[in-house]
Design a protein around this ligand. Structure first.
Ligand SMILES: NC(=O)c1ccc[n+]([C@@H]2O[C@H](COP(=O)([O-])OP(=O)(O)OC[C@H]3O[C@@H](n4cnc5c(N)ncnc54)[C@H](O)[C@@H]3O)[C@@H](O)[C@H]2O)c1
Ligand SMILES: O=P(O)(O)OC[C@@H](O)[C@@H](O)[C@H](O)[C@H](O)CO
Length: 377
């Protein structure tokens, strides 16, 4: 079995690559970072160090690496004959990898089973978004015959890596990968570490609105308090209280919407808090808070649950305070942070809320969001 994986970064090598390798796949990493790809192409293996209560080191081998910027044809050829193509490039990058996948689907031999396409990004239904980009270049009949699209929820904290580590990746010991089973019909892939589920929505929403909402809240409030790592931020009483408050709000929303058992959900939340506090994981507010414009958008970790709560008559006060902290995320190396600060000074609070958060005048939460932006001006 062969998988082509776009994005040989942290989650690519430390999660998708590892799990597919353990399931027996040969992996072809495709990335635009020339140095990374050259190093991977020259290596026989790399190691994944799981740190936490149950440390373990895995060796990943049986991979190749191709530069998807300078060798598009090579990547297309690999995808055309692969069983699976996965991505971990960032939700906003999917439109750049889609044309290569589209060309590969068109070139795929009729006698091969459909290509399995999975976007492993932190976003609701990222595979649907990738499919829409691919569909621009492939007719409906070919797409239906030659490809299967499955949404996924991926969960493992992989911090930015020390440059001295080379290809090796340090990751937390926890992981969870849920993939919707329906699109595969009777041919669900055999991947021991994956949880195939009939209905992904509860899993993806629980993950994004617990792990990622809590994580981002910790990063933004923690950075304002001067914390250099996420574990340090968790040790600041006021910051930890904001994380608890935000997760109490999203827990209420998730339990009401998906019918989770309250005790099971409380245990899920406690596990997240423990994961955020992992002292062996050198994670930073800059990484976890990255791309604040994406994180403040309508379908993302703050505004989506806040709208859901406000629609049912609950004031999402902690989520709005987290939004207020996010609006102050000032990291010169992060283009979205720079752009967000420019937009905050060039747009009215009302226009910022419509353009960045996707809320319309008169819509639930609109007025509170405008007040939150004004409070930071
Ligand atoms: N790191 C985590 O803890 C974590 C956990 C779950 C999900 N994710 C999600 O996984 C995705 C990747 O995150 P990451 O932390 O691994 O980031 P990363 O920056 O470490 O890796 C992204 C990789 O994508 C590559 N890339 C960028 N543009 C590309 C293109 N056009 N074609 C091919 N490759 C391209 C980059 O060069 C980089 O190597 C994001 O959507 C993120 O939300 C991350
Ligand atoms: O990747 P982002 O920017 O959407 O979010 C930053 C972190 O919260 C995220 O990468 C987590 O570490 C990950 O989602 C844990 O599964």
């Amino acid at each position: 079995m062969k998988a082509v994986h776009f994005g040989a970064g942290n989650i690519g090598r430390g999660f998708v690559g590892l799990i597919l390798h353990k399931a027996g796949y040969e992996i072809v990493f495709a990335d635009v970072a020339a140095e990374l790809i050259d190093t991977l192409a020259a290596a026989d293996n790399y190691q994944v160090h799981e740190v936490g209560a149950q440390p373990h080191t895995w060796t990943v081998d049986n991979f190749r690496a191709l530069n998807s910027a300078s060798n598009e044809a090579g990547v297309i050829e690999e995808i055309a004959t692969a069983d699976m193509v996965t991505t971990a490039v960032g939700p906003n990058i999917l439109k750049f990898v889609a044309p290569l996948i589209a060309k590969a689907i068109k070139a795929r031999a009729d006698n091969l089973p459909p290509l399995q396409v999975l976007a492993c990004e932190n976003a609701l239904y990222a595979t649907n978004n990738l499919r829409a980009e691919i569909a621009i270049a492939v007719d409906t009949e070919t797409l239906a015959a030659k490809a299967i699209f499955a949404n996924t929820a991926v969960d493992r904290i992989v911090p930015a890596q020390d440059s001295a580590a080379g290809l090796d990746v340090t990751v937390e010991d926890f992981f969870e990968w849920a993939i919707e089973s329906g699109p595969f019909g009777d041919n669900v892939p055999e991947i021991a570490d994956v949880h195939f589920v009939a209905d992904l929505e509860p899993y993806i929403e629980r993950k994004l609105f617990t792990v990622n909402t809590g994580h981002a809240t910790l990063a933004y409030h923690g950075q304002l308090q001067g914390a250099k790592t996420l574990a340090d931020a968790m040790a600041i009483t006021d910051v930890a209280a904001e994380v608890d408050a935000v997760l109490a709000e999203t827990s209420a929303m998730l339990i009401a919407k998906h019918g989770f058992d309250a005790a099971d959900h409380a245990s899920y939340v406690s596990t997240c808090i423990r994961r955020f506090s992992n002292p062996h994981l050198p994670d930073t507010p800059e990484r976890v808070g990255r791309s604040p414009l994406r994180k403040l958008s309508r379908d993302e970790r703050f505004i989506s649950p806040a709208v859901e709560l406000a629609s049912s008559g609950t004031q999402p006060s902690a989520l709005l305070r987290a939004v207020g902290a996010a609006l102050q995320f000032d990291v010169a190396e992060d283009p979205e942070s720079v752009r967000m600060l420019e937009l905050r000074s060039s747009l009215s609070a009302e226009d910022f809320v419509s353009q960045v958060m996707g809320l319309s005048v008169g819509e639930v939460l609109y007025a509170d969001a405008v007040e939150t932006v004004k409070a930071q001006s």
